[in-house]
Design a protein around this ligand. Structure first.
Ligand code: ZN
Length: 324
């Protein structure tokens, strides 16, 4: 009778633990011997090993499966490989049915903590399961053609260990795609697969030159625009580097670093005083600060006409000569 409960697995022994949990020792019922990647059928049984998998049976009971799995050796190419289990991804410790259950619990507004307690799993497992399902759904939903104005930006996730690159649909203010990693080859591959990429008119991105060539190749008709945030960050970076090289104490004195970075209109009275007295001994830094303020002021201007832009540039040039 228990054979019905878990499709695709032959149950050897079950032990009931508590009300909702059962331990089961099972063997995978392989439907025919698999093929090797090289296409060969000449396989021998190499050895067996055990996998521990959490699973939900057909009638909804939770099982901790102890699965006896096989490894095969190909007689033609010598490769040793594991058998694929039905409904379980390679290396996964939870079956797809189990993950579906977690997601449906989540959809019923059961909070993560309760799911963790009921199913005896870690909070990160719950989160991973939910994320992967919703990512899948999102991918299906956004299969619309590439937007005309897009933004590209890279982020770190998992406390800075992993990278992701976000493609934003800037005309509708939503995320178009998230690409895992920041390797150029991955990003180029993903961008190349977009529908209607030749219609992209504007690509907004940071100033790193690495992506530039990829973007030119993938979006041949697009203009590349550096976004305000990244330009200002670059200006601030170089300004601070200059300050540090001109005056050693900027490196370690936070009471100077913060006000130097801040826009003038946001300075508190005491910060203003501190800067003023600092500038008295460092006139070169004061000049650079003035220039930084002008440049950032300019960069923060929105919706300018072409003529206004020309005037602004002329003004900035005339002040920058003094700095030089
Ligand atoms: Zn082979």
């Amino acid at each position: 009778m228990p054979n019905v409960l878990i499709k695709g697995y032959k149950i050897l022994r079950t032990v009931r633990v508590g009300q909702d949990f059962s331990l089961a020792e099972v063997e995978h019922k392989q439907s025919g011997i698999p093929d090797c990647l090289c296409g060969s059928h000449r396989l021998i049984h190499y050895d067996s090993y055990r996998r521990y998998i959490k699973h939900v049976s057909e009638n909804g009971a939770i099982y901790h499966l102890n699965v006896k799995c096989k490894r095969y050796k190909c007689l033609d190419c010598g490769r040793v490989f594991r058998e694929r289990l039905e409904g379980v991804r390679p290396y996964a410790r939870h079956s797809e049915r189990f993950k579906n259950r977690l997601v449906s619990e989540y959809a019923r507004n059961v909070c993560n903590k309760a799911i963790v307690r009921i199913y005896r799993i870690s909070a990160s497992t719950v989160e991973r399961a939910i994320h992967s399902r919703y990512e899948q759904k999102l991918k299906e939903q956004i299969n619309y053609p590439c937007p005309e104005i897009i933004g590209i930006d890279e982020h770190t996730i998992h406390k800075g260990y992993k990278f992701a690159t976000t493609i934003a649909d800037l005309s509708h203010h939503r995320v178009y795609d998230v690409i895992k990693g920041k390797r150029h080859i991955d990003i180029a591959g993903a961008l190349m697969s977009y529908k209607g990429r030749e219609n992209v008119k504007v690509v907004c991105m940071d100033l790193s030159s690495g992506y530039r060539s990829i973007v030119r190749r993938c979006f041949p008709r697009a203009k590349i625009v550096a976004d305000r945030f990244h330009v200002i960050r670059l200006v601030l970076y170089h300004f601070m580097e200059f300050c540090k090289s001109a005056q050693e104490e900027v490196k370690w004195k936070r009471s100077l670093t913060y006000p130097l970075r801040k826009r003038r209109e946001r300075l508190k009275a005491q910060e203003m005083e501190r800067l003023k007295s600092f500038f008295r001994g460092n006139p070169a830094i004061e000049l650079a600060y003035e220039f930084k303020e002008r440049l950032c002021g300019l960069l923060n201007k929105k919706s300018q006409t072409a003529k206004q832009c020309r005037d602004n540039i002329r003004k900035l040039r005339s002040t920058s000569k003094i700095v030089e």
